[in-house]
Design a protein around this ligand. Structure first.
Ligand code: ZN
Ligand code: FE
Length: 257
């Protein structure tokens, strides 16, 4: 019987997260995003792990800053979006929406989740029930739209929302408390949201990460996945708006919050 993958959350820089994936049977290790080398090198050496693969979600510096140093030190191969090859570190494997690769003995499906940037990808591991979303779907939030349109981000969120509800969501930042302050203004009558915010406050008071979360929790509490809900539509000032219109409006409201 094969052991399940170990997944380790590694805080990097001021509020980024990278995630180590380790297969104890083969001793292979991968990382999702490389905000910096130092935090990752320490996390790897503490465990006696090497680094075989670096998976990149998007081109922002706070997700790729450690790639060159890690590649030099460990000889890791770098995997990222073909669409962003011109602005990512050199890629050994370039992937696109719909591709499936196998790493650490597990399948990884590539989803295009453009919106925050155009070319942002997410990594879905169906057997591990893990979804690495970086700055697309986040705990109680979604990434700011630097390059894409609201329609692109809404399409990306719908794609992720359709995955099995017991999928575990691993976003790229600890933004949850700020996201919660906004979310509660959009849906003050959501009891699950109120309870989740208490848990988030407790976790942060104890200096613990609020990620990962379960997709089912996001579906029940993340306002950006809930533009079909009456209270969300009303808060957006669009009681008869379409889901795409309501999403675009609450994304714009969050920018000015
Ligand atoms: Zn980013
Ligand atoms: Fe980021």
């Amino acid at each position: 019987m094969t052991m399940p993958l170990e997944i380790v959350t590694v805080p990097c820089l001021s509020d980024n997260y990278a995630f180590l994936l380790h297969n104890p049977d083969t001793a292979e290790t991968a990382v999702v995003d490389a905000p910096e080398a130092e935090a990752l090198t320490s996390a790897l050496s503490e465990r006696g792990w090497g680094l075989d693969h670096i998976l990149l979600t998007h081109h922002h510096w706070d997700h790729i800053g450690g790639v060159a140093a890690l590649r030099d030190q460990y000889g890791a191969q770098v995997i990222g979006a073909a669409a962003d090859a011109h602005r990512l570190p050199p890629l050994d494997i370039a992937v696109s929406e719909g591709d499936q690769i196998t790493l650490l003995g597990a399948d990884i499906d590539i989803l295009d989740v453009s919106g925050h940037t155009v070319g942002h990808i997410a990594f879905h591991m169906p057997q591990a029930k893990a979804l690495f979303t970086a700055d697309s779907l986040m705990a109680l939030g979604c990434g700011r739209l630097f390059e894409g349109t609201p329609g692109q981000m809404w399409g990306s969120l719908q794609k992720m929302a359709a995955l099995p509800a017991d999928t575990i969501v691993y976003p790229g930042h600890e933004y949850t408390e700020a996201n919660a302050r906004f979310a509660i203004t959009i849906e003050p009558g959501n009891d699950m949201l109120v309870r989740r915010i208490h848990d988030i406050e407790d976790a942060r008071a104890a200096n613990k990460p609020t990620v990962p979360s379960r997709l089912s929790e996001e579906l029940a509490t993340n306002p950006f996945l809930r533009p079909h809900v009456g209270e969300v539509k009303k808060s957006a000032g669009l009681p008869n708006g379409t889901e795409a219109e309501v999403f675009a409006q609450i994304r714009a409201m969050k920018d000015n919050f």
